[in-house]
Design a protein around this ligand. Structure first.
Ligand code: FES
Length: 220
């Protein structure tokens, strides 16, 4: 471990706490910090900006019913044509179902009056859309340059060892899928790990068991 990794100003696993502050994760990550996220999308201006990886999903959930239908309408109202609403619509489908199956892509295509081939082309271009089922927690470990030179590979291996999975596999209890990610834009705080929609920064291998335990205990 380099000297630079030993400095006391260390984020203990969630953005915002850099050592001199004593914020709990709930204070940093809670609703008060990020605001409420009602399923119908709240104000139209924010309706397309929701996170699309939640721990609880239902692969059979309807596309889109009730408040989610309302949110789709708000999203569509933001754009001059339906095609422009495709990314947030796919995000909402993933939020509900956990991944985008070919059937889901086809259903979204139907709702936006687009061809299934076009929707599939877009969905398969972006790695943030899961094309197959993942665990309740999708753990994306950055191993790009900044994180790589600060031990990103060791962090990745620690997640794999502690979840007893291979890369991309889902753990037996259905909780965890670990994958390698390209730069997550948290280069100043290596190793950066994205778990569902949340960032964990300055993660070291020794932090991994505690992070996994907290996820299992708290739900997220
Ligand atoms: S290199 Fe890891 S977040 Fe940029």
């Amino acid at each position: 471990m380099s000297e630079a990794r030993k400095i006391p100003f260390r984020n203990p696993g969630w953005a915002g706490n850099t050592g001199e502050f004593d914020l709990t994760e709930a204070q940093v990550r809670g609703d008060e910090y990020v605001g409420k996220r009602p399923p119908e999308g709240g104000h139209a201006s924010g309706a397309s900006t929701y996170p699309y990886m939640l721990a609880e999903r239902d692969p059979e959930a309807p596309i889109f019913d009730g408040p989610f239908k309302e949110r789709l309408e708000k999203i569509r109202s933001r754009y001059p044509d339906a095609r422009s609403a495709l990314l947030p619509a796919l995000g909402m489908a993933q939020e509900l179902r956990g991944y985008l199956s070919p059937e889901t892509m086809e259903q979204v295509a139907g709702l936006l009056d687009l061809s299934p081939a076009y929707v599939r082309g877009v969905a398969t271009f972006y790695t943030m859309y899961n094309k197959r089922p993942v665990g309740r927690f999708l753990i994306q470990v950055c191993t790009n340059i900044s994180c790589g030179i600060c031990g990103g590979d060791d962090v990745l291996q620690a997640f794999l060892n502690n979840t007893e999975t291979e890369l991309g596999e889902t753990s037996e209890d259905g909780n965890f899928t670990v994958i390698e990610a390209e730069c997550l834009a948290g280069c100043g705080f290596p190793t950066t790990v994205q778990i569902n929609s949340r960032y964990y920064e300055n993660v070291m291998p020794k932090d991994v068991p505690e992070i996994l335990e907290r996820l299992k205990a708290q739900g997220e």
